[in-house]
Design a protein. Structure first.
Lengths: 130, 130
DNA sequence: ACAAATGATACTAATATGGTATCATTAATT
DNA sequence: AATTAATGATACCATATTAGTATCATTTGT
């Protein structure tokens, strides 16, 4: 039950760093500060750019910059980007084991717990991580 | 963030079934009722036997039987058996990224959420799943 | 023109999960 | 005592996910 993966972890760290230094920051700087493998960090930042959480600047002196305010970037959002739409794996529905999907008690319990996790994650933004 | 894996799922289903039919039950019966692959089901039951949740009976007419009362078997216990000591992956400590382990905010938040998950899981026993 | 940056994309490695296969052991039945 | 139907133990294989690398194209400041 690994709550977050390395992707997410590194992304959050990068975002925290960037929210403290709100100018254009190169991959190199982040790599040096955070100790994350360079190509992996790049991949993560590129993704955050595609998702419009960062803006990117090519060419000499280029890098990345926060596009959103740190209090508008939520942890759950980052998790969804790197870990998919978390919590929707229908492990109990496979092979028709669960005779009554709606009622299946186990399923309902799990969902309730997942929901509580989401609510808690939904409250955490980058500001609250600094 | 898959909360439970197939192992756990199948184990819980088997335990639920067995708590409704409290005699010796063979792998074959469980396989037929639950539609789980036979060798996989065996492996799971053998493990539950090793963990002293089930008792096993060899030879003709043999099988497995609950060793504990259903209200004494907790979901969290089954998860720990099949998914390891859940929640203790030190993903943030790797490579010394986290400068101050005690204070690391992200880590603390994650732990708080995990704790709440454990509390909720700690309340669910086999009886509450039937 | 050149160098320093990201964009895009394909590939590889490691780990975890899900599942099989096989032979040994036990015990009821005959 | 032999047979048979069950589990015990263990090693193996397959698939999916996660983590990370490599490479070439594109952009832009100097």
């Amino acid at each position: 039950m690994k709550l977050i993966t390395r992707n997410t972890d590194y992304a959050l760290r990068a975002l925290c760093y960037m929210s403290k230094h709100q100018d254009i920051i190169s991959v190199d700087e982040l790599v040096n500060k955070l100790g994350v493998p360079r190509p992996f960090m790049r991949k993560i930042l590129q993704r955050l750019n595609q998702e419009r959480i960062l803006a990117s600047y090519k060419g000499q002196g280029g890098g990345f910059k926060l596009k959103l305010k740190p209090d508008r970037i939520y942890m759950i959002q980052i998790m969804r980007i790197f870990q998919g739409n978390v919590g929707l794996n229908g492990c109990f529905l496979k092979k028709g084991i669960c005779p009554d999907k709606v009622r299946c008690v186990l399923r309902k319990k799990i969902h309730a717990i997942e929901d509580s996790v989401f609510r808690q994650l939904g409250k955490i933004n980058i500001v609250s991580l600094i």
